[in-house]
Design a protein around this ligand. Sequence first.
Ligand SMILES: Nc1ncnc2c1ncn2[C@@H]1O[C@H](COP(=O)(O)OP(=O)(O)O)[C@@H](O)[C@H]1O
Ligand SMILES: [Mg+2]
Length: 226
Amino acid sequence: MEIGELLGSGRSADVYAIDGDRVLRRYRMAVDARQEAAVMAYVAAHGFPVPSVYPGVGGGRSTDLVMRRLSGPTMLAAVVDGQITPEEVGRVTARLLRRLHAIPARVSDDPQDRVLHLDLHPDNVMLTARGPYVIDWCDSREGPPGLDCAMSAVIVAQGAVDEESPLAAPARAALAALLDELGEAMDFGAGLDRAGAMRSVNPGLTAREVGLVDTAVRLIRELGDG
Ligand SMILES: Nc1ncnc2c1ncn2[C@@H]1O[C@H](COP(=O)(O)OP(=O)(O)O)[C@@H](O)[C@H]1O
Ligand SMILES: [Mg+2]
């Protein structure tokens, strides 16, 4: 398999073109991508917008995932460029969460559990001609859907409370729209506490980012009470 140009680099992986139709996502550390490929195939089979995966294609490294190549900006890039409003970002994120949580769990026996993405934020949504697609399923697992909603809210709220970020004001507007569109699906109680605690021990965050989590959780509760 020939690997082409580097299309994107996130916190954990590099994404390379293979050809016009497929990309290779390769972890920079020893993470097994097979679990996430199985989850992506499962939600795709239920009509959820994720890039199709090609299991077994590629060099056979466990860190590799081959998937369909998407074309379009991430929702974060689109809001920075003024192609989409912050309010739309919040609403699209909420609708994707609700749609994901309408799918039955893949492995859990608990009827309340759903597939959770747990990192569904504007930089993990790509805006394609066929609508928004969700990428980056490495944190995915099953559990209560309110936790997933709370996690997305905490991530957006961290941007909103970052006084050094030029995106603080749009992130706040996106957060308000996210919470509004989530309605009853959002868990402002134990789910929000748990999301904050999980975010605080996320090894991908800097100490400064971890320092914003408590303020982010407080902002979410203020908006929820208002
Ligand atoms: N299926 C895809 N098609 C085209 N580009 C992609 C695809 N998946 C990811 N990318 C690009 O790679 C970047 C990083 O991907 P992502 O899965 O979010 O990795 P990370 O975990 O490192 O954040 C994305 O922002 C996007 O630019
Ligand atoms: Mg990402």
